[in-house]
Ligand binder design. Structure first.
Ligand SMILES: O=c1ccn([C@@H]2O[C@H](COP(=O)(O)OP(=O)(O)O[C@H]3O[C@H](CO)[C@@H](O)[C@H](O)[C@H]3O)[C@@H](O)[C@H]2O)c(=O)[nH]1
Ligand SMILES: [Mn+2]
Length: 741
C-alpha cells in the first residue's frame, strides 16, 4: 500500500489522520479497459444479429437483449467509479490533545429519529440515546434531541424514565470504563462482573424496561406512573383530538445541562424530546422533515457546530467515536469537508446473511471508493456533520430566515426558558417551512424518499467533500430487516427514492457530473439508476427460458467464437464482484447470498419500485415511507437463525420470483430431455441451459417453500397459484409470438 499523509507543512502539526490507496488499484483500471473492449464487442455482435433478423419477432428479441445488455453495461460502468481510487483511512486520536484541548471541543448535537412505538420499541430508542449520552466526551457539550414522528406519549414516557436512569448509568460507565454503553447490550453481554453495584443497576434497568414495556402494551400511560405536575402537564397534551397525523408540537426538556446532575454530582448532557406539529393539510416530508425541525430547534437551544444523526436502532458501540470524527473535523485543512460518515453495521445477521442485510457494497465497499474521489454519500445514520454544511456551499453561504437559526448564532440562553421554548415551538410548526428555503437550499433535502442519499449528493454538488471512516471496532450497531418481505420492501423504498433523483433535474449523470466530474457523476448515478436493473434482470429471468421452450436460441453456440465473449463477460464481472466482496472481509457464502439477493431484488423490489415510480409520474398514486419493523416474532427469528427463508406473507413481491422459478425449472428439464433424446444439440442451447440452471440454483429456497415445507414460513398457496397461472400465461404469449419467427 502507498501511504499518503494529509498533513505536511514545514513544522508538521501532529498527525490526525492518514489514508492508503490499495496496491491493486491499477489492476482494477487495466481490467476496466479490457472489459470495456469486451462490452463494445458484445454490441457489435448484437448489431450484427439485429441486421440479420429474419422477422419482426426475432428483431424484437435481439433488440430486447441489446437493450438489457445496454443497461447492464451502463451499471457496470458506474461501478468503475468505486474501483478507480478507493482509500482506507486511519485516525490518531492520541494526537488530538496536541491540536485541541477538551475544553475547546466543539459542542455536539445528536439527532435521533423514531416514528412508531410499535415498529420501533421505545426501549430500543432509549438504549440508543443512553449509549450516546455516555460518550467519552464532555457531558456539558452533548445534547441529545429525540424526534418522535409517531407522536407517542409512550415514547415520551420511556424517555422520562431514561432521564432518571441516566443519572446512574452515565457515571457508572465513566468510572468503570465500560465498553458497551448501551445498557441493554451491557447487561446481556455476560461480560460484566456481578457486584452489588452492577446488580443494583441491572435491577434498576430491568424495572425501567418492565415499566416501559407494560405501558407500551397497555397503549397509554397509567395515572400511577405520573408523579409530578410537570409530567402531568406534558401528558395532558395528548387530548382526545391528538392523533399521529394531527397534533400540536410537543417539546419536553428532560435533562438540562447546568441544572441536572448525575448521582455523583457531575453534569449531565441535555436531553430533549420533540414531536413536531403534524397536520393533514401539510406535507411533513418524512424523516428529512423531522431532521430539519431538529436542526431548527437545536439551533435555538444549543446550536452545536457538530451534529450527529442516528436512526433509533443505531446504538453507539464505541465511546471514542466523537473523538475519531474530531480527527477530521478539527483539522483546519479539512474545512471543506461537510461530514464524516461511519458505516452502517448490523448486529444479529445470520451466519450466511441470507437476505444480504449487511449491504456490504452499499455501506462498506462503495463508500471507500467514493471517499477517494470527492466524498462519500450520506447513509442516514452515523454521520457527524458540520452544521454550517446545511447552509449553502463552503464558499456560498445561504442564510436562514431568522438569525437564531443560523450556524453562527450564539445560543447562550437557558434552554428551559420561556423565550427559548417559545422560539423552539414556532420553528417546529407546520407553517414554518411554507415558502422557505428549508428542504431546498437549507437543511436536509426534500424530493426523494432516500433523503440521506439526496442530501449527501446535494452537499457534494455544492462543493463540500466528505469522509468515510471505517474503524475496526464498529462505531454503531443497528437492526437490518430479518424478514424476506421486510428486506425487499426496504429495497423497494430505496429504489423509488433513488429513481426520483435519477429522473429529476438533478440527475447525477448530468447535474452531478457537471458539479463534481464524471467519476462522482457515475458513482451517484449507480444508486440513482438502481431501479433500472429490473429490466435486464427480468429479461434474463424469462426470455432465455421461454425462447428455449419455443426452440429458439438467440445466443451463440459453443463452436461460435462469440460464445467465449459471453463466458468472459459473465465470469469476469462475477469474479471481480466476488473479489471485491471478499477483500472487504466477506465470506464466499455471504457473497453468494448477496448475488442471489441482487437477482431477487431485480424481479421484486426494483421491478415494483419502477412500476410505482411510473404510476406516480403519471399521477396515479403517491408513495410513503414504510418504516422497517424492528420487532420480530420468535418463529420468524428461529427461521432466520437457521438460515431458512420466510415466505409466509402473501406478498406480491414474491410473485415474479416464483414465476421464474417455475419457468426456469420447466425450461431446464425440457432442454435437458431434448438433448438426451437427441432432438436438440447441447452446444446450441448451452447458454440458455446454464442461465436456467443458474436461476434454479438461486431459486432453491423457493422450491423448498413451495413444495417441501409445512411450517408457517412456507409459500402461501395464494402466491403459488397466482404465480403458476401467470407463468402459464406468459408461456402462452411466448408461443403465440414464436409462431411468427
Ligand atoms: O416519517 C418518518 C419515517 C422514518 N423516520 C425514521 O427514519 C429512520 C429510518 O427508518 P427505517 O424504517 O429504519 O428505514 P431504513 O430503510 O432501515 O433506513 C435507511 O434508509 C433511510 C432512507 O430510506 C434512511 O433515512 C436511514 O437512515 C437508513 O438507515 C428511523 O429511525 C425512523 O424512525 C422518521 O423519523 N420519520
Ligand atoms: Mn433502519
Amino acid at each position: 500500500m502507498t501511504t499518503t499523509t494529509s498533513s505536511s507543512t514545514s513544522s508538521p502539526p501532529p498527525l490526525l489522520h492518514t489514508y492508503k490507496v490499495p496496491r491493486h488499484t491499477p489492476l482494477n483500471r487495466i481490467f476496466a479497459v479490457v472489459y470495456t473492449t469486451a462490452i463494445f464487442s458484445l454490441f457489435v455482435h448484437h448489431f450484427i444479429n439485429l441486421l440479420h433478423s429474419s422477422s419482426t419477432t426475432t428483431f424484437l428479441l435481439h433488440f430486447t437483449l441489446l437493450f438489457s445488455d445496454g443497461i447492464l453495461s451502463f451499471m457496470w460502468a458506474t461501478t468503475q467509479a468505486f474501483r478507480w481510487r478507493p482509500i482506507h483511512r486511519t485516525v490518531y486520536t492520541e494526537n488530538l490533545s496536541q491540536v485541541i484541548s477538551s475544553r475547546d471541543y466543539p459542542k455536539l448535537d445528536v439527532f435521533i429519529c423514531t416514528a412508531d412505538p410499535y415498529k420501533e420499541p421505545p426501549m430500543g430508542v432509549v438504549n440508543t440515546a443512553l449509549s450516546v449520552m455516555a460518550y467519552d466526551y464532555p457531558p456539558d457539550k452533548i445534547s441529545v434531541y429525540i424526534s418522535d414522528d409517531g407522536g407517542s406519549e409512550l415514547t415520551l414516557f420511556a424517555f422520562m424514565e431514561a432521564a432518571k436512569f441516566a443519572a446512574h448509568w452515565l457515571p457508572f460507565c465513566k468510572v468503570n470504563n465500560v465498553e458497551d454503553r448501551s445498557p441493554a447490550v451491557y447487561f446481556s453481554s455476560g461480560h460484566y462482573t456481578p457486584t452489588t453495584q452492577t446488580e443494583e443497576l441491572k435491577m434498576m434497568y430491568d424495572t425501567m424496561k418492565m415499566k416501559v414495556e407494560s405501558v407500551v402494551e397497555r397503549g397509554s400511560v397509567a395515572d400511577e406512573y405520573i408523579k409530578t405536575d410537570e409530567q402531568r402537564e406534558a401528558f395532558n397534551k395528548w387530548t382526545a383530538e391528538f392523533t399521529r397525523q394531527n397534533h400540536p408540537t410537543v417539546i419536553q426538556v428532560l435533562l438540562e445541562n447546568g441544572k441536572d446532575t448525575d448521582i455523583t454530582g457531575l453534569e449531565m448532557p441535555n436531553l430533549v424530546y420533540v414531536s413536531r406539529q403534524k397536520s393533514k393539510a401539510s406535507h411533513h416530508h418524512f424523516k428529512a422533515g423531522a431532521l430539519n425541525v431538529l436542526l431548527r430547534i437545536s439551533a435555538t437551544m444549543t446550536n452545536a457546530p457538530v451534529i450527529l444523526t442516528l436512526d433509533c436502532d443505531m446504538y453507539a458501540n464505541d465511546p471514542s467515536t466523537p473523538l475519531q470524527s474530531l480527527c477530521f473535523l478539527a483539522d483546519s485543512k479539512m474545512s471543506k469537508y461537510a461530514y464524516v460518515q461511519f458505516p452502517q453495521r448490523f448486529h444479529g445477521i445470520n451466519k450466511n446473511d441470507i437476505y444480504g442485510g449487511e449491504n456490504k457494497r452499499l455501506y462498506q465497499i462503495n463508500p471507500v471508493g467514493m471517499d477517494g474521489l470527492a466524498g462519500t454519500s450520506y447513509v442516514g445514520s452515523g454521520a457527524f456533520f458540520r452544521r454550517r454544511a446545511f447552509f449553502g456551499g463552503p464558499s456560498s453561504y445561504v442564510s436562514a430566515e431568522k438569525p437564531e437559526l443560523n450556524p453562527d448564532y450564539a445560543a447562550d440562553k437557558v434552554i428551559h426558558s420561556e423565550v427559548v421554548l417559545k422560539m423552539a415551538h414556532s420553528v417546529a410548526s407546520c407553517e414554518f417551512e411554507n415558502g422557505s428555503k428549508w428542504g431546498h437550499k437549507i437543511g436536509f433535502r426534500y424530493g426523494s424518499l432516500v433523503e440521506d442519499y439526496f442530501t449527501g449528493y446535494q452537499l457534494n454538488c455544492e462543493g463540500w467533500d466528505s469522509v468515510f471512516y471505517h474503524p475496526d471496532r464498529a462505531a454503531f450497531w443497528g437492526d437490518t430487516p430479518i424478514s424476506f418481505d421486510g428486506s425487499l420492501s426496504q429495497n423497494k423504498r430505496w429504489s423509488v427514492g433513488t429513481l426520483e433523483v435519477a429522473f429529476s433535474k438533478y440527475t447525477p449523470i448530468i447535474f452531478g457530473t457537471k458539479a463534481r466530474g464524471i467519476l462522482m457523476g457515475l458513482a451517484y448515478s449507480h444508486y440513482a439508476f438502481w431501479g433500472t436493473w429490473c429490466i435486464p434482470i427480468t429479461v434474463y429471468a424469462f426470455i432465455p427460458q421461454l425462447a428455449l421452450l419455443n426452440g429458439v436460441s438467440p445466443f451463440p453456440k459453443v463452436s461460435d467464437p462469440w460464445f467465449y465473449l459471453y463466458v468472459f463477460l459473465i465470469l469476469g464481472s462475477y469474479m471481480q464482484d466476488c473479489l471485491d466482496f471478499m477483500s472487504m472481509g466477506g465470506t464466499f457464502q455471504r457473497w453468494w447470498n448477496d448475488q442471489r439477493m441482487w437477482l431477487v431484488r431485480g424481479i421484486s423490489s426494483y421491478l415494483f419500485a419502477s412500476i410505482d415510480f411510473l404510476a406516480e409520474s403519471f399521477g396515479v398514486s403517491s408513495f410513503g415511507f414504510n418504516i422497517t419493523s424492528k420487532v420480530v416474532d420468535d418463529e420468524q427469528n428461529k427461521h432466520y437463525e437457521q438460515g431458512v427463508f420466510e415466505f409466509g406473507v402473501a406478498s406480491p413481491l414474491f410473485v415474479p420470483l416464483t414465476m421464474t422459478s417455475i419457468i426456469s425449472f420447466v425450461a431446464f428439464s425440457v432442454g435437458v430431455t431434448r438433448v438426451i433424446l437427441g432432438n436438440e444439440k447441447m452446444e446450441e442451447i448451452l447458454i440458455q441451459l446454464v442461465l436456467s440452471g443458474f436461476w434454479m440454483v438461486n431459486c432453491w429456497p423457493v422450491y423448498e417453500a413451495m413444495l417441501l415445507r409445512s411450517d408457517r414460513g412456507r409459500m402461501s398457496l395464494k402466491t403459488t397459484i397466482i404465480s403458476s397461472i401467470l407463468a402459464f400465461a406468459l408461456y402462452s404469449v411466448s408461443c403465440c409470438l414464436s409462431f411468427r419467427i
